[in-house]
Ligand binder design. Structure first.
Ligand code: SF4
Length: 360
């Protein structure tokens, strides 16, 4: 483990961005083949009430395992490479929605890959609504950028979380590694608001070393586009985010310097910080997503001995890939803050953390 060096931009970052030419189709950028771990078979009896009595109300459903972009930090990259040959069929989706609606799920978030590429995307939204669920999608805007598709889909969606990682095409496209990506996703957001001005137009900005100096402008830009909620997400050490971790993950010192400056750039939009130590957000700790997070059951492909299965994964706390380090042990907020990313804690010291001492 080492002291995280102060951020030195330059040759290494430039090489990462210059590794592939940007084209309007990113398929020339290879995905890394990684063998996904073999899981123990799922238990027959599924938990439905959490360890602290929480009721499961939210479903995250992976609809596709392909995407036209090659985002440098994509947490799904390894799963897409492993599972893209396996279609998520309409029959399978309908069964999952009906099963979980019967168990009391009230909201579904459609994710991927790029979920709008699913051939029955609109029908999936219609069925979820008819089963009484709120509907949302996490998207890079692919199909919603087409006005005819947006006109069909948006009436069946309550919210969309658009991925916008820079204030302009130069910054955003370099991270998504597809020329035209910024134009696509911003047009999709505009289309959604044209169909329904009251639509839940939300934006996710992934924070990396490569866009950190443009985050304020990015927040202002997406607020001006009409984002009602802006999620500012730390790079998750999975998939591409793990492959490029040392090059793109922000040092905690930089995180602490920049994040507290962002809420005042958001106009009237709500801000949430995802995957970040709460003590580095002061005075905006209350905007930590750890505090606003709901338990969820994620349904996606996984490997079991000798087969691939579409199965449920239960999360009762927002602790995916997060750990408490030594500094957290005496912190009075460790019950609500999930700490730092495991890969960061394995590789670097964390002297920047400021454990809370007050008792509430
Ligand atoms: S010291 Fe640890 S538990 Fe406490 S707020 Fe910071 S990261 Fe979270």
């Amino acid at each position: 483990m080492s002291q995280r060096a102060p951020m030195q931009e330059g040759a290494q970052d430039a090489a990462l961005l210059a590794a592939h030419e940007l084209r309007s189709n990113a398929s020339h950028i290879p995905r890394r083949k990684v063998q996904m771990p073999v899981l123990a078979p799922a238990e027959e009896a599924q938990p439905w009430v959490g360890p602290n009595g929480q009721i499961m109300r939210r479903l995250e459903l992976h609809l596709t395992y392909h995407c036209p972009e090659r985002c440098i930090f994509c947490s799904e990259e390894h799963r897409m490479e492993a599972f893209h040959p396996f279609d998520v069929t309409w029959a399978r989706v309908a069964t999952v929605l009906r099963t979980h609606a019967a168990r009391g799920v009230q909201a579904v978030h459609l994710t991927g890959g790029e979920p709008t590429l699913h051939p029955q995307f609109v029908e999936v939204c219609v069925l979820a609504r008819k089963l009484g669920m709120r509907t949302s999608v996490g998207t890079i805007g692919t199909m919603l950028s087409k006005p005819a598709f947006a006109a069909k889909a948006v009436p069946w969606l309550d919210e969309a979380l658009f991925s916008i990682h820079g204030p302009n095409a130069e910054i955003h496209d370099a991270l998504t590694r597809r020329a035209g990506s910024f134009e696509t996703v911003t047009r999709a957001l505009r289309n959604a608001l044209e169909v329904n001005p009251a639509f839940g137009a939300f934006v996710n900005i992934v924070v990396t070393r490569l866009n950190v100096d443009h985050l304020g402008e990015t927040v202002e830009k997406v607020a001006a586009l009409g984002a009602k909620l802006i999620v500012i997400s730390n790079t998750t050490p999975e998939g591409g985010g793990l492959d490029h971790f040392d090059q793109i993950e922000l040092p905690l010192a930089k995180l602490a310097a920049v994040m507290p400056t962002l809420p005042e750039r958001a106009g009237g939009a709500i801000v949430r910080f995802f995957g970040m130590p709460m003590c580095l957000l002061a005075p905006h700790e209350s905007l930590s997503n750890d505090v606003h997070w709901d338990p969820r059951v994620t349904v996606e492909w996984g490997r079991e001995p000798g087969k691939v299965v579409f199965r449920d994964f239960y999360n009762w706390e927002p602790n995916r890939k997060r750990v408490h380090v030594a500094a957290c042990q005496g912190c009075t907020r460790r019950g609500v803050c999930m700490g730092v990313y495991d890969t960061y804690a394995e590789r670097y010291e964390t002297p920047e953390l400021r454990p809370y001492t007050e008792v509430r």
